[in-house]
Unconditional design. Structure first.
Length: 448
């Protein structure tokens, strides 16, 4: 094939011309051209050498010059032509070049002419990019920025020094903290110089073992970092969501850092101030755990128990000092009704403070009141069925009184009875005693 290409080149490598005078003398001239010597350049990369050259000048300025590159020892370079099949391009790539020094020679051919370049040398320092080596300290503190460096390496771990410039890096691996704070990664555009990145800031927030990964240009790498929790910043108070009034329950404290990690450095015996819960309507104060609590690796080990008495929502708070505080919401359930008290009292249709004695209501005066049923701590109890309360009148001749009232589940409020009435018929006094199933008796006096 190349013979046909050479034939197409046209002119011979030398040309001559002559002319003669009529006197028989003659004069002739001849010019012989040559094939120019090309200049070869070799540039090493990661597992490759890029070879380029200046075009050789052919006799007569013909552009039809072919080229092939060999090793200085005459070995063939794949993709860079051959004596049998030279190429017309002025560059080629020695792909898969082994690590080490290489020397190349370029041959330029035109017809039967050929000329060789001076040898060009290149040293391949690494194979192609295989992975990224991620370097960082093996132990870090949650929330504290630290430095990461990336190094582009070949399969043998050699630095790919030709890997340079801005590269797009995808980061992953750090988990959000228990309170959903996300880790902070470097920017996705990372500058590399001779295969090594700039110093890159990273902040991890979830305590424990974290795998920080980076990927770029089809290569990836990772490093495992042990993340220690930061200093204690809060207490997590673990208590049941609900408890019966007057029943004790267990409390557990856990010191946590600002990211929600267990603050394992919170150790030893700590003084804890308790509060938050309300006294019951009858004045029964809450019973809190001991103020001295032992901690191991951030978790309380003491037997901590509390008893609350006020029905409804209560906040159980704990304060270990230094801003290390926390609370738990506990809904206290009232007990079954066991006590009674007077409610909504009217003397002669005028509101009066309910008491255990009502004096001076006057002849034919009236006391009207309701009876409220309560639990042992004065809380409004659940009433699921009708409660009948009997009323005993100690002076039936001098006073008339309702004989019974009832507490209905559908009442408003549900713990309040129907209204009772006591009327003074004569001058004197009477004692009304209320009694009902499971209820402590209630007595009050009325005098005219």
């Amino acid at each position: 094939m190349w013979a046909s290409v050479l034939a197409a080149f046209g002119a011979t490598a030398a040309s001559a011309g002559a002319y003669f005078t009529t006197g028989g003398s003659g004069q002739a001239g001849a010019s012989v051209t040559s094939l120019g010597v090309p200049v070869l350049d070799a540039l090493a990369g990661a597992g490759i050498v890029t070879l380029s050259w200046t075009p050789a000048t052919a006799p007569g300025g013909s552009p039809q010059v072919g080229y092939y590159v060999t090793g200085a020892d005459g070995s063939a370079i794949p993709g860079c032509g051959s004596p049998e099949a030279p190429i017309a391009a002025t560059s080629c790539v020695h792909d898969g070049a082994a690590v080490g020094a290489h020397r190349y020679v370029l041959q330029a051919v035109w017809r039967s002419w050929s000329t060789a370049s001076a040898p060009a040398a290149a040293t391949v320092s690494s194979g192609p990019l295989h992975h990224l080596a991620v370097a960082a300290g093996a132990e870090q503190l949650a929330g504290a920025p630290f430095t990461v460096r990336l190094t582009a390496q070949d399969a043998a771990g050699r630095t790919v020094t030709s890997y340079a410039g801005a590269k797009s890096v995808a980061w992953s691996g750090g988990e959000p903290s228990p309170n959903a704070t996300a880790p902070t990664y470097p920017a996705s555009s990372v500058q590399f110089t001779a295969g090594v990145s700039d110093a890159l800031p990273v902040t991890l927030v979830a305590a424990g073992s974290a795998t920080l990964s980076a990927a770029a240009s089809g290569a990836a790498g990772s490093i495992t970092v042990a993340v220690a929790p930061a200093a204690a910043a809060a207490l997590a108070v673990a208590a049941p969501a609900s408890a019966d009034a007057g029943s004790s329950f267990t409390v557990k404290l856990t010191a946590r850092d600002r990211y929600g990690n267990v603050a394992t450095g919170f150790e030893g015996t700590r003084t804890v101030a308790w509060g938050g819960a309300s006294a019951s309507p009858s004045g029964k104060a809450p019973s809190y755990p001991e103020t001295s609590a032992a901690f191991s690796a951030g978790v309380s080990t003491s037997n901590l128990s509390a008893t609350l008495y006020s029905a409804g929502g209560n906040a159980l708070t704990a304060d270990a000092g230094g801003g290390v505080t926390g609370s738990a919401a506990v809904s206290v359930t009232p007990l079954a009704p066991t006590t009674m008290k007077l409610g909504q009292c009217l003397v002669n249709n005028v509101a009066r403070t309910c008491a255990s004695a009502f004096s001076g209501i006057g002849l034919l005066g009236t006391l009207k009141a309701n009876i409220d049923v309560l639990d042992a701590y004065g809380n409004v109890p659940p009433v699921t069925s009708r409660i009948t309360i009997s009323l005993a009148n100690s002076n039936a001749l001098g006073f008339s009184a309702t004989s019974s009232v009832a507490v209905e589940p559908t009442g408003a409020p549900a713990n309040r009875s129907t209204q009772l009435t006591v009327t003074a018929l004569l001058v004197g006094s009477t004692t009304i005693t209320a009694s009902g199933p499971g209820l402590a008796s209630l007595a009050f006096t009325v005098s005219s």
